[in-house]
Design a protein around this ligand. Structure first.
Ligand SMILES: Cc1ncc(COP(=O)(O)O)c(C=O)c1O
Length: 424
């Protein structure tokens, strides 16, 4: 470990860049486990009957599933690919939930054939489709209904999903009808209800208001003679990329929830439900960084200095999609005074700015730049724009490092290409 280098999770990042090449996603298993244990201990301290479904959309691969399984939590999936990954990694199908606002018949059949624990119904239409598929396969299926509880969570508007005007879920005003429709099917068993009010939420209040509304809905559903005993309150625990401070307190969330459950459930005469939470970002975001090598440096006089790195839009589309902001440092001169305002840009044929206006020590070609808190929705949203191979992911545990995903090659890029007969 060299003095003056940026150390992440006990590892010299310059050494990691040298050993595994860049661009490189780096993930710390110790941080992931610590985040999961934070959530578990918050709910356990309050004696809440709970389950954690890790939202696989944030970051999923085989090794990640092994960590999830080892920590004794479940996984929330949204596609056949995510279910396949989880099953192949040995996760018990009963510990898998399937979400999706437009699940294909193929995905639903795959879920039924593999005994997926819970399917979250997202529309009235899906109730009929799923019941028919269950009938064909002679299988009963536990389901939840996803409800939009009309909560405005204060976060970036692109990631608000709890509002009524949303492609996700069934508006709360129609939820009772949906529950009735499920109860009239032969093959679907309604075991709970679900809501997800958005991502990057820092306040407790929207979660507690949503929980309150959902408990009232549960009471109305129970009045129909149905027994729903699970309440999935979704994910969305906020993570601020610009600071190491924990700005969303799961402890406070669990304690506020406990208070609500203790007061509300007797008041509306329902048993206290099992609480399920579905965090993605909270578990993985600060467990990841991305390492890049600086290439071209271009100064537009009186305007801007561009420091170009060997990654960009293809491996982190979030700045372009969501105006996501990040911190970064020059890993090989971590202790140098930041004295130059620069823009870190990617290498794609787009204006793929990774970070606008950041103060860094003077950069030179060959420097290693580390972008911090890139664990969530970077690798999982990455693509091959400009026919660029996706980076490798290295996993750190204690003082060990090993690949959890190898770097793609050019051969991988043409693996699915076909040449129509008239071009042969
Ligand atoms: C249904 C559902 N659950 C959980 C999550 C995870 O959200 P986050 O990563 O913000 O915790 C999402 C994210 O979009 C979601 O749509």
């Amino acid at each position: 470990m060299q003095k003056g280098h940026y150390i992440f999770s006990g590892h010299d990042t310059v050494e990691l860049a040298r050993q595994y090449a860049t661009p490189l996603y780096v993930i710390s298993e110790d941080i992931i486990r610590n985040n999961i244990r934070n959530i578990k201990s918050a709910f356990e301290k309050e004696h809440i009957d709970y389950a954690v479904n890790y939202a696989g959309k944030a970051f999923l691969n085989t090794a990640m599933c092994k960590i999830i399984k080892d920590e004794g939590i479940c996984v929330d999936t949204v596609s056949k690919g995510e279910m396949y990954t989880a099953l192949k990694a040995g996760i018990d199908p009963q510990d898998i939930t399937l979400h999706g606002s437009n699940k294909s018949e193929e995905e639903l059949c795959y879920a039924l054939e593999n005994g997926i624990g819970c399917i979250v119904i997202d529309s009235m239409y899906e109730i009929s489709v799923l019941n028919e598929l269950c009938e064909k396969k002679s299988r009963k299926q536990n389901v939840h209904i996803r409800v939009t509880p009309n909560i405005e969570a204060h976060t970036h508007e692109y990631v608000q999903t709890g509002r009524i005007d949303s492609k996700f879920g069934i508006p709360i005003g129609m939820a009772l009808r949906a529950a009735q429709k499920v109860s009239q099917t032969r093959y679907l068993k309604l075991t709970g209800i679900h809501c997800h009010i958005g991502s990057q939420i820092f306040a407790q209040k929207p979660f507690i208001i949503a929980a309150n509304n959902m408990l009232e809905l549960m009471s109305n559903i129970e009045a129909l003679g149905l027994d729903v005993h699970e309440l999935n309150l979704g994910g969305g625990f906020g993570v601020n990329n610009m600071t190491d401070e924990e700005l969303f307190s799961v402890k406070d969330y669990a304690s506020a929830l406990k208070e609500l459950l203790e007061v509300k459930c007797p008041e509306i005469d329902i048993p206290v439900p099992k609480i399920i939470v579905e965090p993605g970002r909270y578990i993985i975001d600060n467990a990841g960084i991305t390492l890049y090598t600086v290439g071209t440096i271009k100064e537009i006089p009186y305007m801007r200095k561009y420091v170009s790195v060997d990654g960009g839009l293809f491996e982190n589309p979030r700045p372009g999609m969501y105006d996501a902001v990040y911190r970064a440092c020059v890993a090989n001169r971590f202790e140098d005074e930041p004295n130059e305002l620069v823009t870190i840009s990617g290498r794609c044929c787009e204006t793929d700015t990774l970070i606008n206006d950041i103060l860094l020590p003077k950069c030179y070609p060959g420097d290693i730049v580390a972008v911090i808190n890139t664990g969530a929705y970077n690798y999982s949203m990455a693509g091959n724009y400009n026919r660029l191979p996706r980076p490798a992911i290295v996993l750190l545990k204690g003082d060990k490092s090993e690949l959890m995903v190898r770097r793609e090659t050019e051969e991988d890029l043409v693996r699915c290409d076909e040449v129509p007969s008239w071009l042969k």
